[in-house]
Design a protein around this ligand. Structure first.
Ligand SMILES: [Zn+2]
Length: 285
């Protein structure tokens, strides 16, 4: 049976509706770090620059416990809302802040909300110029928020050479979904997740992505504006079992930090040249 390695990744961000809500992510992240220690897994933690300013000790702890620290934007704003100049400045400040804390190079980047899409591909050049050696920013599917259905579902190189590790997706019903991430990982029937995994090749580069709140069944409920009432219910669904699912996925196949995997692959990655002049990228399958 094929058993591709799976990397654990966490997007370390403060998702509270306001500063008055209880600050839970530092406690949740430390508990999660303990659980990962228990199963002997290290992965990659994509940290929002603002979070690093608020919780420097937590970010240091992530690195001291063996995880790769990478950047998840300076303020968790989608790339589509930034100018190239603002993005370059965010990268400069965010990278330097993380490197000061963890005292090692920060080489990976994940766009907030997978917002590296057709209209923000200008960001690829800026990422490389800022010294990042890989990106994990593309959701190669249609999505209610951000997605790039034109992009390849397997790791590739942008024309400037930067490796991209797209979010693993699987067909569920009419669309493709990030079956190893967040709400999908918690809410999909377990048999569906396992069946998709069983179809993967040994050399697939698979990763889980989660947030601290994915492991927080006790967070007081609120309606997340972008998700609406039904979507918000889903955002709370299955949190109690989230780590059990993560543990089960990683058992015997934990892949280690993404940066190491990207470096091992990078010479062999196929280049992808995004098609130009397509007024509606979402029509390509
Ligand atoms: Zn995020």
């Amino acid at each position: 049976m094929p058993a591709p390695a799976i990397t654990f990744t966490l997007d370390l961000e403060d998702h509270r509706p306001s500063d008055r809500a209880e600050l839970r992510y530092p406690m949740l992240t430390r508990r999660l770090l303990d659980q990962l220690d228990d199963i002997g897994v290290t992965g990659t933690v994509f940290v929002v620059g603002e979070v690093a300013a608020d919780q420097p000790g937590l970010v240091r702890e992530v690195a001291e416990r063996g995880h790769e620290v990478a950047l998840h934007g300076l303020y968790h704003r989608p790339l589509t809302e930034l100018s190239p100049e603002a993005f370059a400045e965010d990268l400069r400040v965010g990278k330097a802040r993380l490197e000061d804390l963890v005292e090692r190079p920060v080489e990976g980047f994940r766009a907030p909300m997978f917002s590296l899409v057709r209209d923000s591909r200008w960001a690829v050049e800026i990422l490389r110029d800022a010294g990042f050696t890989y990106s994990s920013s593309v959701l190669p599917a249609r999505s209610p928020l951000f997605g790039d259905p034109q992009a390849p579902p397997r790791p590739f190189r942008w024309p400037n050479g930067l490796p991209e590790l797209p979010c693993p997706v699987a067909r569920v019903g009419p669309g493709k979904v990030p079956f190893l991430g967040g709400v999908y990982l918690r809410a999909l029937p377990w048999a569906v997740v396992r069946a998709h995994l069983a179809r993967r090749n040994d050399d697939d580069l698979l990763w889980i992505y989660c947030h601290p709140y994915d492991f927080d069944p006790d967070e007081p409920y609120w309606v997340v504006p972008e998700a609406g009432r039904i979507g918000s219910r889903l955002l709370w669904y299955g949190r109690r079992r989230a780590f059990a699912r993560v543990r089960s996925l990683l058992a015997g196949r934990a892949g280690g930090p993404l940066g190491l995997r990207a470096a091992a692959l990078s010479a062999d990655l196929p280049e992808w040249r995004p098609p130009t002049g397509d007024p509606d990228g979402s029509r390509t399958s």
